[in-house]
Write a protein that binds this ligand. Structure first.
Ligand SMILES: N[C@@H](CCC(=O)N[C@@H](CS)C(=O)NCC(=O)O)C(=O)O
Length: 112
């Protein structure tokens, strides 16, 4: 079971959301106000208090996992659902490093 904690207006959450759709992963969408730092939310988000967070259990995983951060979510689902939907990142190490650099660029240089 896959759950995405998201906020509709958040470009980072939208990135994770688009990745799940691209990979053809079924998921529960949980609209969340990340600025309301309740105890539950801080636990779910592993202390980050930020959307997106992807929770997943079952489907061949040895343990349940909660993944905060949009880029980490994309990397995780690309690996966890390898062969399902389209690849999100290239397989070649050099092309992959380049794609990760540019995927990370907006968060580093534009939206801070
Ligand atoms: N580096 C994070 C940034 C996520 C982010 O900045 N999310 C904002 C909403 S767009 C948030 O949750 N802000 C709440 C807060 O910082 O308290 C990612 O790529 O997921």
């Amino acid at each position: 079971m896959v759950t995405l904690y998201s906020a509709w207006y958040c470009p980072f959450a939208q990135r994770a959301w688009i990745g799940l759709v691209h990979k053809k992963v079924s998921f529960n969408y949980v609209e969340t106000d990340p600025y309301e730092k309740t105890g539950d939310w801080m636990r779910v988000s592993r202390g980050t208090g930020q959307v997106p967070v992807l929770q997943m259990q079952g489907a061949g995983l040895d343990a349940a996992v909660a993944v905060p951060d949009s880029l980490r979510v994309l990397e995780f689902i690309d690996e966890a659902f390898r062969g399902q939907g389209a690849d999100l990142f290239p397989r070649s190490p050099a092309a992959r490093a380049d794609a990760l650099y540019w995927t990370d660029f907006p968060g580093r240089k534009i939206i801070r």
